[in-house]
Design a protein around this ligand. Structure first.
Ligand SMILES: NC(=O)c1ccc[n+]([C@@H]2O[C@H](COP(=O)([O-])OP(=O)(O)OC[C@H]3O[C@@H](n4cnc5c(N)ncnc54)[C@H](OP(=O)(O)O)[C@@H]3O)[C@@H](O)[C@H]2O)c1
Length: 229
């Protein structure tokens, strides 16, 4: 698959390289340092490339949106419009260097705000709860990545497969609004959880045949409805 990275920093470069190892072609973009993007592309192989955010999005089937929260508008400006792609949003709403977090009302959340700004994108929140060093050190060890989004099963399954390709276990928490439960300060944030631990935390049956929403095969259709507003 062709994957565009908008924000090739700690998380973007880590995931780009993990996906390249799984055979994907990566378009690294959005850095102040063009040489860094070229170096990442060379390390990734698979005919991966350094690109502008605009080109990275146009060349890709799935996009990882991973700028700092404070640089989101600049990144969006450089992308322009998305073309219907799935966009995996990794951002956390840190508003300053003191790690203060933007507050959202009960009916809103960080990824819903991002989704309103990303014209033409199908936003799914994922990969925002584990540190980049954890992703590198613990790939292939059965840790869960929570994902939230309003899109049909077939679209979420593409993200689920990319989570597996990075060496993690997808856990569908339902609509994008549910992503609020994995923002900074929640009990899912920065937690290295196995599938059983994640199920317990989510208050779901330990066994998926009992109706749990964790995804070991196909993503359940449960929770696909739009969030109540
Ligand atoms: N790091 C983590 O462990 C972690 C974990 C989960 C979620 N997140 C979230 O994921 C997002 C990315 O985090 P990160 O730690 O990967 O951030 P980061 O290392 O600071 O990387 C951000 C990337 O965006 C680029 N960038 C920022 N402002 C730019 C501008 N004005 N013009 C061009 N490029 C610009 C940076 O360029 P340079 O290459 O020049 O620096 C860098 O490539 C954040 O929203 C963060 O909250 C981070």
């Amino acid at each position: 698959m062709k994957i565009g990275i908008v924000g090739s920093g700690d998380i973007g470069s880590t995931l780009g390289l993990l996906w390249a190892k799984a055979g994907h072609q990566i378009y690294f973009s959005f850095s102040h340092d063009e040489a860094k993007l070229e170096h990442l592309a060379a390390e990734a192989g698979n005919d991966s490339k350094a690109a502008t955010p605009y080109d990275a999005v146009r060349c890709s089937e799935v996009v990882l949106f991973s700028p700092p929260w404070r640089a989101q508008d600049e990144a969006i400006k450089q992308v322009g419009r998305f073309e219907g792609q799935i966009v995996i949003d990794t951002t956390n709403p840190y508003i300053d260097d003191q790690m203060n977090v933007q507050q959202f009302g009960e009916k809103d959340s960080s990824s819903e705000q991002i989704a309103r700004k990303l014209d033409g994108a199908k936003v799914i929140k994922a990969f925002n709860t584990l540190r980049d060093e954890t992703l590198r050190a613990r790939t292939g060890q059965g840790l869960v990545i929570f994902c939230a989004g309003n899109y049909p099963v077939v679209k979420k399954n593409e993200v689920a497969q990319l989570i597996r390709d990075a060496g993690f276990v997808p856990f569908d928490v339902g609509p994008l609004h549910e992503g609020k439960k994995q923002e900074p300060g929640t009990d899912r944030y920065l937690k290295e959880l196995t599938l059983d631990e994640a199920r317990r935390l989510a208050g779901e049956p330990a066994d998926e045949t009992d109706g749990g929403r964790a995804i070991t095969g196909e993503i359940s259709t449960e929770g696909q409805k739009q969030p109540a507003r």
